[in-house]
Write a protein that binds this ligand. Structure first.
Ligand code: SF4
Length: 211
């Protein structure tokens, strides 16, 4: 059963193993973060990074993206997949930020989730990474790692988010998010996790664990 003490040991073990974790998405400001997060749905951060350099050079802010031709944006982000929806989402996101929020990305979850392409997970990423606010985004890696480590017995993003927030101190939410993503990518993979190399092996009793 998870406890705060056990959770502390897990975070400390991961922190020692994965030094200097940082977001893999490349962005220089809130505008770029919001667009990159929308583009990251159903694809890898690396794939997003491969298109955003040129995209942000052509459309450096919400104002220019709001005026972009959809067909041009579609072509530029094609390789990220679901490009028809994503191009509509980012252009409409820019339009709505300009029209409804005077060109400034809102820093409140309830407002962020009203923007195209932004659900609770994306809003939490923006709040934590962009605004430095206490929020803990649960993506597929965070969900898997937290579930395997028995933070909760519900494999649902909101349940995992609440469980993690209840066991991890608020000041470590951002760090925990980054550590769990890194662990999920590197060792605690969906298939064939590399448990023999896992720095928190002793704290894991998952049925998925390779013993
Ligand atoms: S022991 Fe294996 S399943 Fe458990 S956290 Fe480590 S890598 Fe994941």
């Amino acid at each position: 059963m998870m406890t705060k003490d056990l959770s502390d040991k897990i975070i400390a073990g991961l922190q020692k193993y994965y030094r200097n974790v940082s977001p893999n998405l490349r962005y220089a400001n809130l505008y770029e973060l919001a667009v990159a997060v929308v583009l990251s749905a159903q694809t890898t951060d690396r794939q997003v990074n491969s298109v955003t350099g040129a995209l942000f050079r052509k459309y450096p802010d919400f104002k220019t993206l709001a005026q972009a031709r959809l067909a041009d944006v579609r072509t530029m982000i094609r390789s990220t997949g679901f490009y028809r929806n994503k191009s509509k989402n980012i252009v409409n996101l820019a339009k709505q930020v300009m029209e409804r929020f005077s060109g400034r990305l809102p820093d409140v979850r309830e407002e962020l989730v009203t923007l195209p392409g932004i659900g609770r997970k994306s809003a939490n990423v923006i709040l934590a990474m962009g605004f430095g606010k206490p929020a803990l985004a649960v993506d597929t890696h965070v969900l898997r790692v937290a579930y395997r480590l028995a933070y909760t017995d519900l494999k649902k993003p909101l349940a995992v988010e609440k469980a993690l927030m209840s066991f991890i101190p608020e000041k470590k939410w951002k760090l925990a998010h980054l550590l769990f993503i890194e662990h999920g990518r590197s060792l605690c993979r969906a298939r064939k996790p590399l448990c023999h190399q896992c720095p928190i092996n002793a704290y894991c009793d998952s049925p998925d664990k390779i013993r």
